[in-house]
Design a protein around this ligand. Structure first.
Ligand code: SF4
Length: 341
């Protein structure tokens, strides 16, 4: 849907239409996912023509689907300007999660990440972010006979470099007039942009914040995440402390386990020290190999020893296995493989 449709309320009052009409139109767009005014059967035809003359739809299209043996499905979305970006539908037990993108490509170039190798094209608009969820929810209902249970903003791009549009989409997902999704079921994952974390806290959207830390040593982190030179661990830890003070929400720390890079007990000790200033849940993530990065997955023994060390310090730790690796849909693998971009 076009940005120009973002707020009908002023338009309706200017044209002396009753407020309930605006609510009806919003319901058609956000709840029933109508993509033309013609479809809005309870709206008078004169009003539909007026809306047609003033607003337009810019629907996302699904260009390609790849299904994994574990039922994970990767989707290539096509925007109106022919830019492509990816989302993933991940069923696991009773949960069905949509992993969605916030940018086309990414400017941060993390060394382990396939999206980073693509470079940056543009920010996604709020309606393009919103619509990924609506399309993936429709797919979940058709293919799995289940509704989406969770959203993770963890696909292509750094959401806190596009937080204005991302927050607009979050508000719309959570709006009772929109998709009415609980904010507790939404996770935004950032590489750690301190100012963006503070803005997110002030936005009071009450979603879960996840930080891709991957190392608690400043020097080592810079070799994995070049942007860490600018966004230092000290600034990140101060921003996370401020985030917790304002939201009282536990922070999820994502830690990709890279063989002989960040998987020693000394690395675990540094991670525990970093996490002292705010409550955390730590996810240790299996690395999904990406060509040209040179990184390898840590062994199961190393991951278990790392987790055991943290658990002895009474920290909440989970080991997260890969999903959708065979279709390059796993964490850090979204790179429009086989696509002309
Ligand atoms: S890990 Fe995230 S922030 Fe880093 S390059 Fe990939 S998409 Fe961008």
């Amino acid at each position: 849907m076009s940005q120009k449709l973002a707020d009908f309320h002023d338009f309706f009052s200017q044209h002396k239409e009753p407020a309930f009409r605006s609510k009806q139109v919003c319901e058609w767009i956000w709840k029933k996912h109508a993509r033309s005014f013609r479809a809005m059967s309870n709206i008078p035809s004169s009003l539909r023509s007026l809306l047609d003359a003033h607003f337009y739809f810019e629907p996302l299209r699904i260009e390609q689907l790849d299904a994994s043996t574990d039922l994970t499905t990767k989707v290539v979305f096509l925007a109106q300007d022919d830019q492509r970006f990816e989302g993933v539908l991940i069923p696991a037990g009773n949960r069905v999660t949509a992993c969605i993108s916030s940018q086309v490509g990414c400017p941060l170039g993390c060394k382990f990440c396939a999206t980073g190798l693509l470079g940056f094209r543009r920010n996604l608009m709020s309606h393009e972010i919103y619509d990924q969820v609506i399309l993936l929810d429709r797919m979940a209902q058709e293919q799995l006979k289940k509704k989406l249970s969770n959203i993770v903003i963890m696909g292509m791009g750094e959401p806190l470099l596009n937080d204005e549009e991302v927050i607009k989409a979050i508000r719309k997902w959570c709006d009772p007039e929109g998709a009415a999704i609980s904010p507790q079921r939404i996770t935004l994952s950032t590489v750690g942009i301190p100012e963006g974390i503070r803005r997110l806290a002030s936005a009071h959207v009450k979603i879960q914040l996840a930080v891709s830390l991957h190392s608690a040593s400043q020097h080592k982190r810079e070799t994995i995440i070049p942007a860490a030179k600018k966004f230092t661990l000290l600034a990140l830890s101060e921003a996370l402390e401020a985030y917790y003070r304002l939201t009282r929400q536990r922070i999820v720390v994502e830690y990709l386990m890279l063989k002989d890079v960040n998987d020693s007990i000394q690395d675990a000790r540094e991670l525990a020290a970093f996490c002292k200033r705010f409550p955390v849940k730590i996810n240790l993530i299996e690395y999904n190999r990406v060509d040209k990065t040179g990184f390898e997955r840590s062994s199961d023994e190393k991951m278990e020893a790392f987790a055991a060390f943290l658990k002895r310090l009474n920290m909440v730790v989970n080991i997260r296995k890969s999903r959708g690796e065979d279709i390059a849909a796993a964490c850090g693998q979204l790179a429009l493989r086989n696509k002309k971009t």
